[in-house]
Design a binder for this molecule. Sequence first.
Ligand code: CA
Length: 293
Amino acid sequence: MSTRLQRLDHLLLTSILTAVCGSDPTPEAPTEDTLLSPSHPVEGDKGLRMLLLQAVLLLLVLPSHGQDTTTKEPGVVPALPSGVCSGWMAGIPGHPGHNGIPGRDGRDGTPGEKGEKGDEGLAGPKGDPGKSGVPGLEGPRGFPGDQGRKGDPGESAYVYRSAFSVGLETRVTVSNVPIRFTKIFYNQQNHYDGSTGKFHCNIPGLYYFSYHITVYLKDVKVSLYKNDKAVLFTFDQYQDKDLDQASSSVLLHLEMGDQVWLQVYGTGEHNGIYADNVNDSTFTGFLLYHDTN
Ligand SMILES: [Ca+2]
């Protein structure tokens, strides 16, 4: 029963397609001339064919009568007879569709082979100085250098010279007055006055004084005076039939105008200071350092 119905549907579809396409299943495609010819029955056939096409579509939509679905393969559509509608004219091509959205990024490719060694780069900037090393051993002593040129003459030292050295020419017989040494050994600056027996300070500074006295016939008490004040004392007792020596020395700071001399001191007869052609009594003084201010 189902086979018969399928055959009937197939026969009906074939007839309809034949009616739509024409009596001849393989007619030549109508040309533009034939389609536009007034003698061609275009309008009448066109309405009939459209009606038949709608009927065919309705039959295809309706289910088959009493079709046995158990014996039919799902999705199998009966094949159309060969040669049917082979002259069907293709429609006008549609418009191209819009471009789709870009696809997702593909996966990372496999690593490539190792490339060749590149060229040597430019030299970098100069680095910071390194730390100082350990000092080396001291080298050998060098040769003496050339002698330097002679320096400029210094300030004259003449003004700072002050010295005298004098002695007795005869024995002293008078006490309590300055002893006059008239035997001049040195008195170039004339700071010692032989007429008074006093030394006059012309250059402030430190002075050295000394005296060496020959003692004969009497005891000797002698002092070094500075401006009427005894600052140094020497005492020698005379022994009969003998010669004694009395001496002393001192450093004194003197100001301008100070005076220094030797003098027998005391009330007794202590003037045994003696001198002759073979025995001298001397008095000496000189500037050691002058004041700098
Ligand atoms: Ca003595």
